[in-house]
Write a protein that binds this ligand. Structure first.
Ligand code: THU
Length: 160
């Protein structure tokens, strides 16, 4: 028997204003687009903004459905849109912000498991890491240099 210990790394910024200069507008885009979320059931609004290597920004907000599992998270709305419209471009960064109509969201909101798996697919596809920044509606912002920090033991194409 042996033990495996995995360490992971995040940077923590005190607030949005501390972010690198090029990330501030990307996070502002995520904050703006979260207002367009269709979230009548959870009242939890998430926005995602993706910066591509061609300079384009692709946005997404969560879209819900009365048949709950049929909805989609903001991150996947954005990343699938990026993949669909710019299949040959690399994804450099993703900024994520979340808020709720019902309570303050002051802690950073990470992408859910399914979104992590979906983002990892694009890291494999492009063979380069994707920077991920996530926050609540205000307060600290966490940065991960790569999706890998968020999903140890991820399932990838090499297992197929
Ligand atoms: N949601 C996201 O958009 N991203 C996540 O990573 C977590 C959850 C959405 C899905 C649903 O519309 C609402 O937040 C509550 O789960």
């Amino acid at each position: 028997m042996k033990e495996i210990n995995i360490t992971t790394k995040f940077l923590v910024y005190d607030s949005k204003t501390e972010l690198p200069q090029d990330v501030v507008p990307l996070m502002n885009d995520a904050i703006e687009i979260r207002k367009k979320a269709y979230a009548p059931y959870s009242k939890f609004r998430v926005g995602a903004a993706i910066l591509l290597d061609n300079g384009k920004i692709v946005l997404g907000s969560n879209q819900e459905s009365a048949a709950y599992p049929s909805g989609l998270c903001a991150e996947r709305v954005a990343i699938f849109q990026a993949g669909a419209i710019y299949p040959d471009s690399k994804i450099l960064k993703i900024a994520i912000s979340a808020t709720s109509d019902e309570k303050p969201v002051t802690s950073p909101i990470p992408p859910c498991g399914a979104c992590r798996q979906s983002i990892s697919e694009y890291e494999f596809k492009q063979k380069e890491p994707i920077e991920i920044y996530f926050m609540g509606e205000e307060g600290e912002v966490y940065k991960s240099e790569s999706l890998k920090n968020l999903l140890p033991f991820l399932f990838d194409k090499d297992y197929l």
